[in-house]
Design a protein around this ligand. Structure first.
Ligand code: 5HY
Length: 244
């Protein structure tokens, strides 16, 4: 099956690293196609960036479906435009945040999330409440490393992330850690070994969940809020997005 992995920011370097992690997690027979939009923010840190990342992400989903993708992963931890993407696509659309929360809640009673900057905490807390998983999350923390600094070895990103995980274990008794950024995916295995607890990467979790849904023959329900967009006229910069 063809699985489209969309990194909603415009950083091709980050998309390549996400693609490598997705391919490592994917099962036999799954073709991973990883893309990012050409318009929008270089990284997504908070509500403002998220708002400008959505149109480009939706265009990639529509293009990917037209080119034969059967399922979709939104590879940004705040699940950028997830509900709108489910309206556009027939195949299952999995956000890496939601996927990681569900996996964590299956193997731990309470988990903590460690994301990048403090401004990313509120959108993540909002998603936890929306998904009904806030009671299973002990705390959402930030390691104060910017998204694009994660790929800079000189930033000390891994050490800062590891120190925040240590605080989560000591202060709220975290039984598992959810990595709160797609750019942290490649660190999951070594951090789990170092801290001797499950460390969940949403990219791998979303790839495996998408495969499971396709294998079960499930697609997004079109009976309710994820129904196809109504045909109507869009004007200005988004004139091409309308279905009218
Ligand atoms: C992500 N931003 O996974 C989120 C992380 C964050 O560009 N990719 C981004 O800080 O919200």
């Amino acid at each position: 099956m063809r699985l489209l992995v969309v990194n909603p920011n415009t950083s091709a370097g980050m998309t390549a690293r996400i693609a490598a992690c997705a391919r490592e997690a994917a099962g036999n027979g799954t073709e991973i196609v990883a893309v990012n939009p050409s318009s929008g923010p270089a990284s997504i840190e908070g509500y403002f960036d998220e708002a400008f990342a959505v149109p480009g992400m939706l265009e990639e989903i529509a293009k990917g479906e037209a080119e034969g993708a059967q399922a979709f992963v939104i590879a940004c931890f705040d699940d950028t435009g997830l509900e709108a993407a489910r309206c556009v696509a027939n195949g299952p659309v999995i956000g890496i945040g939601e996927a990681a929360f569900h996996v964590a809640s299956l193997i731990a009673h309470r988990f903590s999330v460690v994301t990048t900057l403090s401004r990313s905490i509120a959108p993540i807390e909002g998603n936890l409440m929306k998904y009904g998983l806030d009671r299973r999350c002990a705390r959402v923390r930030a390691c104060e490393v910017a998204v694009l600094a994660l790929e800079d070895p000189a930033s000390g990103a891994r050490a800062k992330l590891s120190a925040e995980i240590e605080r989560a274990k000591a202060e709220e008794g975290a039984e598992a850690i959810v990595l709160g950024c797609a750019g942290m995916a490649e660190l999951a295995a070594s951090l789990a070994r170092e801290h001797e607890l499950p460390v969940i990467d949403g990219v791998a979790a979303a790839v495996r969940l998408a495969e499971s849904l396709v294998a079960l023959g499930h697609a997004t329900s079109k009976r309710g809020p994820y129904a196809r967009p109504l045909p109507k006229r869009f004007t200005g910069a988004f004139a091409g997005m309308g279905r009218g």
